[in-house]
Ligand binder design. Structure first.
Ligand code: ADP
Ligand code: MG
Length: 226
């Protein structure tokens, strides 16, 4: 599913830039549930953004589903982001002027789905994350946990094979965190490949694998070293 070799990322700034990733290599098989952990600033979000084709590495290689990211055109990258990858962020990133239903419809609209088709699927997805009856509420009328459920439903809209979550419970109380994690672990059991950045050691321990980072490098890596 994912194969990284010697990934480097240098952010511009200062005299020689800031090296956020300094040679990161690992592979992830389809259906794995992987936690990425490590101290703040060690490069976790940088790595996730590269895996999600939101950012490009300064060096090294990245293959997603056998496709070499470096050879992908801008159009291929945005199509892959739309169809192959779902994102969940700590700060939800929902559109507050749209209803929960409309937020979930958005990626399907970009994918050219019909209006009836996308509304039907959005209803299904919102029911699946426990938001039946709240489809018309806007994010500002929902709790943090509910907003993150909407974000998960939106991430699933175009049936991605890979779900990337960057500290998805970072803004939530412990009860909501547990509920969100149950949804993510359920998706994992259903065959979804999930890569989740977390500070929470306990959550990391529940994942199939924990990739630990430190100072832009991998400190330890269970499995998948091929
Ligand atoms: N856009 C950016 N420009 C410059 N430096 C950045 C940028 N994004 C992140 N960094 C730096 O890169 C390092 C890794 O950041 P990040 O990947 O966000 O870490 P983490 O998610 O593990 O907390 C940090 O030192 C951070 O300050
Ligand atoms: Mg981060």
């Amino acid at each position: 599913m994912i194969r990284c070799r010697g990934l480097e990322k240098i952010y511009e700034g200062g005299k020689s830039g800031w090296p956020a990733l300094r040679g990161v290599s690992f592979s992830i098989e389809p259906g794995e549930f992987v936690a990425v952990t490590g101290p703040s600033g060690c490069g976790k979000s940088t790595l996730l953004n590269i895996l999600g084709l939101l950012d490009e590495p300064s060096g090294g290689s990245y293959e997603l589903d056998g496709l070499d990211a470096e050879r992908m055109s801008d159009g291929e990258r945005s199509r892959a982001r739309l169809h192959r990858i779902g994102f969940v962020f700590q700060a939800f990133h929902l559109l507050n002027r749209l209803s929960a239903l409309e937020n979930v419809c958005l990626p399907m609209m970009y994918a050219g789905e019909t209006s009836a088709g996308m509304r039907h699927r959005a209803h299904e997805l919102l029911a699946r994350v426990g938001l039946k009856g709240k489809e018309r509420k806007t994010p500002l009328e929902l709790s943090g946990g509910e907003r993150q459920r909407v974000a998960i439903a939106r991430a699933l809209a175009n049936s991605p094979k890979l779900l990337l979550a960057d500290e998805p419970t970072g803004n939530l109380d412990s009860a909501s965190s547990r509920e969100i994690m149950d949804i993510l672990f359920d998706l994992g059991r259903g065959g979804m490949t999930v890569i989740m950045v977390t500070h929470d050691r306990e959550l990391a321990a529940r994942a199939g694998r924990d990739i630990r980072m430190r100072d832009g490098r991998i400190e330890s890596l269970q499995g998948g070293e091929k």
